[in-house]
Design a protein around this ligand. Structure first.
Ligand SMILES: [Mn+2]
Length: 262
């Protein structure tokens, strides 16, 4: 089996018991590891991950050891950076043995052509035109912040900060963004408006994929396009506790973790 997970936001200060949450995610990872050949982590696994020059992240010891156990037993674990955990400069791969992906990938998995990405920053060329002004503003703000986050010189400056300062800023920013989303969720906008669906449709005009698999949106979606491509948005492991599983024949389905029995 191959599994696709995203948006667990481990460590989030918006959680009442973040340690219980981390344990839940790690026990899921270990369970999946029993029959997984590969696990694709599609972004925002950590609510804030930053490797400073003189200090590596001190949290997440359980997650890191769980991931290390998976790769040690031969599971192919792939970590796509999200918009909360993109600040890895080699340490995360070293500690866990995962393969890090800093941008989208086009991969063949179990004979299916897959387009994999966290999903932030992907937009069809004409998407902005379709939105009302307040949505366009929100998207532009997001893209501006995204550019700052990805700016190498600024990353290097941030690495020089005392970790206590940097972390206070990072976790607080993440906590606010989680709370904002919980208070005012953005439901599925529909096939003609959802950015990632529009992106997939545009991509299909030049290249066909069997699956487009995304995280980031914290909604569950399994949508078949006219070209027979399927757009899968994974939901999250924060509130929805959903993920996707692909069998050896390349069939994929969304699953929900039964958190009552965990
Ligand atoms: Mn995200």
């Amino acid at each position: 089996m191959v599994y696709f997970l995203s948006d667990s936001h481990i460590g989030s200060r918006a959680l009442t018991d973040r340690h219980a949450h981390e344990q839940l995610i790690c026990s899921l990872l270990s369970d999946l590891g029993r029959d997984a050949t590969a696990i694709y982590l599609l972004g925002d696994i950590f609510d804030f991950w930053f490797e400073y020059l003189w200090q590596q992240p001190q949290e997440y010891t359980l997650t890191l050891s769980t991931l290390r156990q998976l790769t040690d037993k031969g599971v192919d674990v792939h970590f796509f950076t999200g918009n909360h955990d993109l600040w890895t400069f080699g340490e995360l791969a070293r500690q866990t043995g995962m393969t890090i992906h800093r941008q989208h990938e086009e991969l063949v998995i179990n004979n299916r052509r897959c387009f994999l990405a966290h999903g932030d920053g992907l937009m069809s060329t004409d998407a902005l035109r379709k939105y009302p002004k307040h949505v366009r503003r929100r998207i532009r703000q997001f893209m501006f912040i995204r550019r700052i986050f990805h700016c190498r010189p600024l990353q290097m400056l941030f690495r020089l900060l005392p970790p206590a300062w940097g972390n206070r800023f990072g976790y607080e920013w993440s906590r606010k963004s989680r709370l904002k989303e919980l208070a005012r969720p953005w439901p599925y906008k529909g096939e003609d408006k959802e950015e990632l669906v529009l992106f997939a449709k545009e991509k299909e005009t030049t290249t066909h994929f069997d699956y487009y698999i995304f995280g980031h949106r914290h909604i569950e979606l399994d949508l078949q396009l006219a070209t027979s491509a399927r757009v899968i948005i994974l939901g999250d492991l924060f509130k929805l506790y959903s993920y996707a599983a692909m069998d050896d024949n390349g069939n994929i389905e969304l699953r929900t973790l039964d958190i009552q029995n965990n």
